[in-house]
Write a new protein. Structure first.
Length: 126
């Protein structure tokens, strides 16, 4: 069982995380899919704090202390978040490269069309 002061501290952290997430979502600084992720993390924190016996039982199954299990789960969650962000970063880098190439081709066509128009005007005026 968690001591009361630790329980209050962790509840405070979970509430602050929840409020911060909602605030960022309302200001449109956090996308919806990440908002759901961080709201889920806040709710999991509430669950773990409220049901510490569940964490202790789960840790007993794996033969670890509750703190070690919680640290490991946090580490795995962060690795999954980093992996997801890396995938999104790679996808966006590919999109940027494709858009840059399209813009370059459009600029080249525009430049060629402009030269043709200038040549036609010069021919007409001569």
């Amino acid at each position: 069982m968690l001591p009361v002061n630790q329980k209050l501290f962790f509840y405070g952290v979970a509430v602050l995380l929840l409020l911060f997430t909602v605030s960022l979502a309302r200001k449109r600084k956090l996308r919806e899919n990440y908002t759901l992720l961080w709201l889920f993390i806040s709710l999991v924190l509430f669950l773990i704090i409220g049901e510490y016996k569940m964490l202790t039982g789960l840790a007993g199954i794996f033969g670890a202390s509750p703190n070690s299990l919680l640290t490991f789960c946090g580490f795995v969650a962060l690795l999954l978040l980093i992996l997801q962000l890396s995938i999104m970063n790679s996808y966006q880098a590919m999109q940027i490269k494709n858009l840059t190439q399209k813009i370059s081709l459009l600029e080249q066509k525009f430049y060629q069309n402009s030269l043709l128009k200038i040549k036609n005007k010069v021919k007409i005026s001569s």
